[in-house]
Design a protein around this ligand. Structure first.
Ligand code: C5P
Length: 322
């Protein structure tokens, strides 16, 4: 988690203006290079062994001091901002309530969230916003919360939120909330295709997993081979071991995605993969040039929104303090 702004506030000519203090944080999307899922635990969550990678697709959140809580969300044309929960269910509101309770202060701030990470896309966009809100408020309120406490609050907000704080490449265990950085000889180049036909509910995909694999092992599939491949820096080696146990249930719910995965590989991708619980699909490419060629091919085939992103990149980072 990056608490120091990467750059100063440009163009500040007056000694102090009258605008209330604000903090601007950028947070990254994640993909799962390996997602091993075990049989559901007694609490309903599934034990995971996963390798997360943060990639260069970002949401940006500006938190400004205010007397009431307000969250305004907008986003890129392909992002369905209407699908973001409103009111107390909004994850930025939940993060605010959690940190405010811990610090014994009022849960008030004004948030402007700009989304480029698809909603309900399997890329942890909500988790990125939660991590960004924690980091922004911690700075705005000058709380200097220790990292371990911030990570514990992140885990309360959602299984992917601790990873959204740390970014890079990390092994995730438990229900995904226990994160340990792993060595990565990237960069790796990804072509990202958000779904034009709406999102997938993560609980629904896990339920489908339970229905399709009633005899699933308690232990999730280990990530050792993926971790080894990451260290080689070789896209062919990485492509051969990409693994997602939620891919079959996601394809069962959204059969159109199988066609998309085939097309990306026909266009030259090393491997196509459903991102997390989907429906976003990601394609590993040999190089930046190859990634842009795959993207152009998919666009030529009628896919409207095709993005190119590299990973790993940092997690939530303060970019400006005003
Ligand atoms: O932790 P998070 O809020 O992101 O989880 C959303 C839902 O996804 C959970 O309520 C649960 O249905 C499912 N889930 C799961 N096992 C995990 C993570 C999430 O079953 N390890």
């Amino acid at each position: 988690m990056g608490r120091e702004p990467a750059r100063g506030r440009p163009g500040m000519v007056t000694p102090k203006d009258r605008r209330p203090p604000s903090v601007d944080v950028r947070a990254s999307a994640k993909i799962n290079l390996h997602l091993g899922v075990g049989a559901a635990r007694d609490d309903g969550f599934h034990p995971l062994e996963t390798v997360y990678q943060a990639i260069g697709l970002h949401d940006e959140l500006v938190a400004t001091e205010a007397d009431a809580l307000r969250v305004v969300t907008h986003g890129a044309a392909y992002v369905d901002v209407d699908a973001v929960p409103a009111g107390a269910d909004n994850i930025v509101a939940r993060a605010t309530a959690l940190l405010a309770t811990r610090l014994d202060r009022a849960a008030v701030a004004d948030f402007l969230v700009h989304k480029e990470i698809p909603v309900a896309g399997g890329m942890a966009g909500g988790s990125a916003d939660a991590a960004a809100a924690l980091l922004a408020l911690d700075r705005l309120w000058d709380a200097q919360t220790p990292d371990d406490e911030l990570l514990a609050m992140a885990a309360e907000l959602g299984s992917d939120v601790p990873f959204a704080l740390i970014g890079g490449t990390a092994l995730g265990t438990g229900r995904g909330e226990v994160v340990t950085p792993v060595a990565d000889s990237g960069p790796w180049w990804w072509v990202v295709v958000p779904s034009a036909a709406g999102g997938l509910s993560t609980p629904a995909v896990y339920r489908r997993f339970d229905e399709m694999f009633p005899g699933a092992d308690a232990q999730p599939a280990p990530a050792d081979r993926l971790v080894e491949a990451l260290a080689t820096g070789d896209p062919q080696r990485l492509g051969a071991v990409l693994h997602n146990d939620l891919q079959e249930p996601a394809l069962d719910l959204r059969p159109d995605l199988a066609d998309l995965l085939d097309r990306g590989e026909t266009e030259g991708a090393v491997r196509g993969l459903v991102s997390g619980s989907g429906p976003t699909c990601v394609f590993l490419a040999e190089s930046p040039t190859a990634a842009h060629a795959v993207a152009a091919g998919l666009r030529g085939g009628g896919q409207e929104v095709v993005l190119v992103a590299a990973g790993p990149v940092p997690g939530a980072q303060v970019v400006e303090v005003g």
